[in-house]
Design a protein around this ligand. Structure first.
Ligand code: GLA
Length: 737
């Protein structure tokens, strides 16, 4: 068997090509240092067909062997990565190896997000598979980034026949694990409660998650982890499959009849039905695979590094983001230019660096029911042109940001009255509304261009530093007026590419602009968006206690400095919960820090706290942005206290944060165990926040093994924070000497 293999710093990837050209998956995991084809076994398995080419050998069946890019049509009945129909409706293809080559550098994907790397940091592997009878060629692409232990994958499907073929299913990556008991961890939720980890054993049958909403969605996230049963935060084998895509997707895990586990991620295949004309190509989004043998913390940290260094782009990639205040929860639609300036005046005095004017500044947008699509400044409401408000903000020494929702239209808008055909509605059918709005057909260039012209004119009219780009409903009634025959999958993919094109045009026209993604909070929080927007509003739920869960779940795949997080008022607007100002502060600090309330309405003591929070955020930003993030508590087991920490890569310091959750009479004491320290070093432990704590001198071992006791004090949702710094000259070994 001919073997194709490549390595990253800590992992190996191997494939085998059989004599008949079938591409088998041999291995992905820690380096083994030997060929892995020995692991394949051949037995005659009833009802598992045999390719014609192997003659009377009934022991060779693609129904039981591990496959690299399994396609329906060659005897493999398990869930395929690829399936198609030819022009007469014949289902299936028999993909065989044709060629492969390694290239320097990392491939890109036209008009789509993809991991980037310097020429000497990465390699590309291309493997060409084809079935000339079915009329299809599939080029598998692999991006190898050794220093990040990352392998990216995408497939390019090309119609090489002279009639139209239809792609029914096209995953970006499929991964067969020959044996073992695996769990799949996925990140699910709902509007306001996104990305809560759920861990399920992969048993016989299939677990499948995904989105049919047109966005990656609040309900599921395009990221799964395949973890061995015993894997925890600190130990165990785990492999992540993350899709850099912001539209309909599917991720699945299936355990077959002989215990092989097949995992995959890529385009959603339900209703996909993607036609390809002769010569036409379809390129799948990119899947990013990372393997760790050292548990989920290590896996997360590797994803954080990969996304921060190889997905996020632009001038804001490594810069601390301005501490902002957003007016949404303070005013909703009910504001004037003066009101915005008054919020900014108070905020500026306390050290806030930017004000963001949220929804309601344009057209007739005084309620949710009107105005979307009319991106002209409501000068009456603002008391003058946008620049007059922005100049007043600038005079306060602050920057100015603006909210937009370009993909949407209200029926009550001039845009809709003029171009009703630009919205997705099916002729003769009453459309499904979401938040009383319709979705514009962003698969059409002229629609994207027209909205871009309107919005870019507004941005150019004033000194605008930041844009919050929102998307507030799930898509339905997809009907593109330019196509005679409707193909849902094709239009939805073109829609997502239209959204990417829109943001890319914004980036090009205004290169310094900081853009924050948003979709009703975290409904489009994915690596695809992070290629265009270096941060995403994590959730519409600003309740600090709920946010602990939401941000913890988000941290499995996404870096902390991409997570939009703000201090808001109490009782909280979404839950009615009352949480200390300090607690709201340290939760928001584990993200891109800001405020979402009117600071004129808080007490003088709280105003002092704002100053301290901002000073702390600036002080600890390097540690938050560049340190390793550790989830310290498990919500299932540690119900009394939540905790997390940031540890410097050189183990010289850490910032530990804790929040008490359940409060009961006569509570046991919670201990917060740090991670990421040097066990042999002595550390100074300085309380930053919280009652009843004193400075301590402790070893890394003590801090990581026993941890710090959280004082029992009356009241719910109290916060503690400690800054741990090493005393380099005074390490334990020296002491023993
Ligand atoms: C969405 C966003 C909010 C706010 C509103 C405005 O819900 O997530 O933060 O911008 O829209 O309509």
């Amino acid at each position: 068997m001919k073997i194709i293999s490549f390595d990253t710093d800590n992992t190996s990837y191997q494939m085998g090509i059989t004599d008949d050209g079938f591409l088998l998956h041999l291995y992905y995991g820690p380096k083994t240092g030997c060929d892995m084809d020995y692991s394949l076994t051949m037995y005659d398995r009833g009802f598992s067909g045999n390719p014609y080419d192997v003659g009377n050998d009934r022991t060779f069946s693609l129904d039981v062997l591990p496959m690299e890019y399994p396609g329906y049509g060659n005897g493999d009945y398990r869930s395929p990565a690829f399936s198609m129909r030819d022009s007469s409706g014949v289902q299936g293809a028999d993909l065989r190896y044709r060629s492969h080559r390694f290239l320097p550098g990392k491939y890109g994907i036209d008009g789509m997000p993809a991991v980037y790397a310097a020429e000497d940091e990465a390699r590309t592997l291309e493997i060409v598979l084809a079935d000339e009878t079915a009329g299809v060629q599939v080029t598998l692409k692999y991006g190898i980034i050794p220093s990040r232990d990352a392998v990216t994958r995408a497939a390019v499907i090309e119609n090489i026949s002279d009639s139209t073929i239809t792609v029914d299913k096209a995953l970006s990556a499929s991964l067969d694990s020959l044996s073992g008991n695996w769990d799949i961890i996925h990140f699910d939720g709902r509007h306001g409660m996104e990305r809560l980890p759920q861990r399920d054993a992969v048993r016989r049958g299939k677990i499948s998650i995904g989105s049919r909403r047109g966005t990656s969605s609040h309900q599921h996230n395009p990221f799964i982890v395949l973890a061995s049963e015993e894997t925890g935060e600190d130990y165990g084998s785990c492999t992540g499959l993350m899709l850099a895509y912001s539209g309909n997707f599917k991720a699945e895990a299936e355990r077959d009849q002989y215990g092989l586990t097949r995992t995959g991620i890529g385009f959603q295949d339900e209703m996909f039905d993607y036609p390809l004309a002769p010569g036409e190509k379809l390129e799948t989004p990119e899947a990013i695979m990372i393997h760790s043998d050292e548990g989920l913390s290590d896996l997360s940290q590797k994803y954080h590094a990969l996304i921060s260094e190889h997905i996020v782009r632009g001038p804001w990639q490594h810069k601390r983001r301005p501490v902002l205040i957003n007016n949404w929860e303070a005013t909703y639609f009910d504001f004037t230019g003066d009101k915005i300036v008054s919020i900014a005046e108070q905020a500026a005095q306390l050290g806030v660096e930017m004000i963001v004017l949220d929804d309601g500044w344009f057209g007739a947008r005084n309620t949710e029911n009107a105005g979307l699509g009319d991106w002209t400044v409501n000068e009456e409401k603002l008391g003058g042109p946008l620049s007059s408000v922005v100049n007043r903000i600038k005079d306060l020494g602050m920057q100015f940001g603006l909210w937009i929702e370009p993909e949407m239209v209200n029926e009550d808008s001039d845009l809709y009255r003029e171009h009703p055909d630009w919205a997705y509605t099916v002729p003769g059918k009453k459309p499904v509304r979401g938040r009383n709005q319709l979705v514009l057909d962003f698969s059409r260039d002229e629609v994207v261009d027209a909205i871009f012209e309107q919005i870019s004119a507004v941005i150019a009219s004033a000194d605008i530093s930041y844009i919050k780009m929102d998307m507030n409903r799930s898509i339905m009634d997809v009907f593109s007026r330019t196509d005679k025959v409707q193909h849902y999958g094709k239009t939805m993919h073109a829609y997502v590419k239209g959204v990417y094109r829109f943001i890319e045009m914004l980036r090009q026209r205004f290169p310094e602009l900081l853009i924050e993604g948003c979709s009703g909070g975290g409904g489009r929080f994915d690596a695809g968006m992070l290629y265009y927007t270096p941060q995403i509003w994590c959730s519409d739920n600003t309740d600090a206690i709920d946010r602990i869960q939401i941000q913890r779940g988000t941290s499995f795949g996404y870096p902390i400095q991409t997570i939009g997080s703000h201090v808001s008022q109490v009782p909280n607007e979404q839950t009615g919960r009352i949480v200390d100002f300090a607690t709201r502060g340290i939760v928001a600090q584990a993200g891109t820090f800001g405020y979402e309330l009117d600071l004129n309405l808080i007490s003088d003591e709280e105003k002092e706290e704002v100053k301290k929070q901002i000073a702390d955020y600036k002080k600890y930003w390097p540690l938050i942005a560049n340190g390793s993030y550790y989830r310290l508590h498990s919500p299932e087991k540690d119900t009394e206290t939540a905790s997390w920490c940031f540890a410097a890569e050189d183990k010289s310091e850490a910032l530990m944060s804790a929040v008490t959750l359940d409060n009961h009479c006569n509570n046991p004491v919670s201990y917060v165990r740090c991670r990421g320290l040097d066990p042999a070093k002595m550390y100074h432990v300085e309380p930053v926040l919280g009652a009843d704590t004193q400075p301590l001198e402790l070893s890394g071992q003590a801090l990581m093994t026993v941890g710090l006791p959280v004082p029992i004090i009356p009241g719910e949702y109290k916060a503690w924070q400690w800054h741990v710094t090493s005393k380099d000259t005074d390490n334990l070994n020296n002491k023993e000497n």
